[in-house]
Design a protein around this ligand. Structure first.
Ligand code: PEP
Ligand code: MN
Length: 464
C-alpha cells in the first residue's frame, strides 16, 4: 500500500447509488423469489463453472428473433409462445421434446392460417425449470419445509433433504437445457417439422370425434391452400421454409446467478446477450422496477418478456417500459397480459394506451392461463378451457377497439394426454377426472387435444 494513502474513516456503506449497468449490477438490488442457497461458496463455484460453458444460443439467432418480433410489433406477424409451466430434468429427452414440438407445430399451423401472417414460434422449453412460489414454505401435517422451486433449485419430494436448495442443480439445469436444445435443433431441421405432416395430424384430430367436425371447414381450407401451393409448383418438402422451422427457446429469468453466468459480451455487436435462451421474461412476482430482475434484463440485447398481471397500474407499466426499453425499439419488449377472463376488457385498455402514448412498440401477447387458475372441488389447482378461451376473445376485442395489434398468445401446454385443465368439447375433462393424469410439476397445462381445440378457436378469432 502506498504511504500517502489517506487515513480518513469512511461512513458505513449505505444503499448503493444506481450505477452503470453491468452483468453483475443486479447484485446491489433486492431480488425477489430467491431460494436461500445454504452454501455461498458452492454457489460461487457453480457460477464460475457455468461462466466457462459454451452459450446455449448465439447472438445472431437472438437478433433474428428480435427482428421477427419487431415485425410482430408492427402488425406483420403473430407470436406463439408455448410449453410447460415447469420443465422437469427427466423430460429433457427426445420423446419429451418431440411431443411438445409436435403440438406446438399443430397449433402454429392453425394460427398461421387464421392470421394470414407468419407465426413466430417460441417454446417455454430448454431451460424453463425455475418457479416463483406464492409461499416460500409448504406445510403438511404440521411439518414446514421450503417450497419446491423447480428442478433447478430443489426436488419435489416432501423431505428436508429434497427441499434443500442445491446450487449444483444450476449446473445440471444447464446440461439438461443443452441436451434439450440439441435435440430440438435436430428435430426442427430434420423434416419432423414438415408443414403437410403437421396438417395431417390436425386432420386426423378433426376426424376423430363428432365434436371435431366443427373444425372440419378450417382443416379443409388448409388442405386446399396446400394443394393450391403444390399446383403452383411449390413443393413443400423441398422448400427450406416449409420443411424446417425455427423454434426459439425461452424461460423465466428467475435466478439471476444463473442468467448472469450465461450473459456474454458479443464483440461483433458490441452488446451483452443472455445466451441461456433466445428470449427471457420477468414474472409477475419479480417485476419490481428497482429490483434485481429488471436491472439484469435491462442491459441485455435479447427480446425481454414482461408478465402484466391485474395488479399492474398504467404508471407501473410506463416505468417498467422505460427501464427495459428506453430506446423504444419495436419488438424489444413482449408484454404478456395475464389478467383473467372478465377482467381483461376493463384492465387492458388503459395499459395499452399508457404504453402507446409513451412511444413504445411492444408485442402484446395474451397469457390466458395465469389469471384463470383456481382450486377445484376435488382439490386440484386447475383452469377451465372456457375461461382460457374467453380471455383470448376479450384480448382480441380490446385490441380491435383500441386499434392496436393483438400480437400473440402465451400458453402452458403439453403434448401428453394429461388431465390438468377442465373442459373441452372434443375430449372433455371433468373435475372428478383431474386425479387420473395430473402430472404437472407446477401449474395445470392444456393437453394436446385441448390445445388444438383452443388453436382452432383462436384461428377463428384471428380471421375476425
Ligand atoms: C408462469 O409463467 O409460469 C408464471 C409463474 O407466470 P406469472 O409470473 O405470470 O404468474
Ligand atoms: Mn405457470
Amino acid at each position: 500500500m502506498s504511504g500517502t494513502h489517506p487515513t480518513t474513516v469512511h461512513a458505513p456503506a449505505r444503499t448503493p447509488e444506481p450505477t452503470a449497468w453491468s452483468p453483475g449490477s443486479w447484485r446491489a438490488r433486492p431480488a425477489a423469489q430467491q431460494p436461500e442457497w445454504p452454501d455461498p461458496e458452492q454457489l460461487a463455484r457453480v457460477e464460475n463453472t457455468l461462466a466457462l460453458q459454451p452459450p446455449l444460443v448465439l447472438p445472431a439467432e437472438i437478433m433474428e428473433l428480435r427482428g421477427a418480433l419487431g415485425d410482430v410489433a408492427r402488425g406483420r406477424g403473430f407470436l406463439l409462445q408455448a410449453g410447460d409451466c415447469a420443465e422437469r430434468f427427466s423430460s429433457c429427452t427426445e420423446d419429451g421434446v418431440r411431443s411438445k414440438l409436435r403440438v406446438i407445430l399443430q397449433v402454429a399451423i392453425l394460427l398461421t392460417y387464421g392470421a394470414g401472417l407468419p407465426v413466430v414460434k417460441v417454446g417455454r422449453i430448454g431451460g424453463q425449470f425455475g418457479k416463483p412460489r406464492s409461499k416460500p414454505t409448504e406445510t403438511v401435517d404440521g411439518v414446514e419445509l421450503p417450497a419446491f422451486r423447480g428442478d433447478i433449485v430443489n426436488a419435489p419430494e416432501f423431505t428436508a433433504e429434497a427441499r434443500r436448495p442445491d446450487a449444483d442443480r444450476l449446473l445440471r439445469a444447464y446440461h439438461h437445457s443443452s441436451a434439450a436444445v440439441n435435440v430440438l435443433r435436430a428435430l426442427t431441421h430434420g423434416g419432423f417439422a414438415d408443414l403437410d405432416q403437421a396438417h395431417a395430424w390436425n386432420q386426423e384430430f378433426v376426424r376423430r370425434s363428432a365434436a371435431g367436425r366443427r373444425y372440419e371447414k378450417t382443416a379443409d381450407e388448409i388442405t386446399w391452400a396446400l394443394k393450391f401451393m403444390a399446383a403452383c409448383g411449390v413443393d413443400v418438402r423441398s422448400q427450406t421454409e416449409l420443411h424446417q422451422i425455427q423454434l426459439y427457446t425461452s424461460h423465466e429469468a428467475l435466478l439471476p446467478h444463473y442468467e448472469q453466468a450465461l450473459t456474454r459480451f458479443d464483440e461483433q455487436r458490441r452488446a451483452w446477450f443472455d445466451t441461456s435462451a433466445h428470449m427471457v421474461w420477468i414474472g409477475d412476482r419479480t417485476r419490481q422496477p428497482d429490483g434485481a430482475h429488471v436491472e439484469l434484463l435491462s442491459g441485455i440485447g435479447n427480446p425481454v418478456g414482461l408478465k402484466v398481471g391485474p395488479g399492474t397500474t398504467p404508471a407501473d407499466l410506463r416505468e417498467l417500459c422505460e427501464r427495459l426499453d428506453p430506446q423504444r425499439a419495436p419488438g424489444r419488449l413482449v408484454l404478456i397480459a395475464r389478467l383473467g377472463a372478465g377482467k381483461a376488457a376493463e384492465l387492458l385498455p388503459p395499459l395499452l394506451r399508457a404504453v402507446r402514448d409513451a412511444g413504445h412498440e411492444p408485442v402484446w401477447a395474451c397469457d390466458p392461463m395465469h389469471g384463470n387458475t383456481f382450486v377445484s372441488e376435488s382439490g386440484y389447482k386447475t383452469r377451465r378451457l372456457t375461461d382460457i378461451t374467453a380471455e383470448v376473445a376479450e384480448f382480441f376485442a380490446v385490441h380491435r377497439q383500441e386499434g392496436t395489434h393483438p400480437g400473440g398468445i402465451h400458453l402452458e401446454l403439453t403434448g401428453d394426454d394429461v388431465t390438468e385443465c377442465l373442459g373441452g368439447d372434443l375430449a372433455e375433462v371433468l373435475d372428478d377426472q383431474l386425479s387420473s393424469r395430473y402430472e404437472t410439476a407446477c401449474d395445470p397445462r392444456l393437453n394436446a387435444v385441448q390445445s388444438i381445440e383452443l388453436a382452432f378457436r383462436v384461428a377463428e378469432f384471428l380471421r375476425g
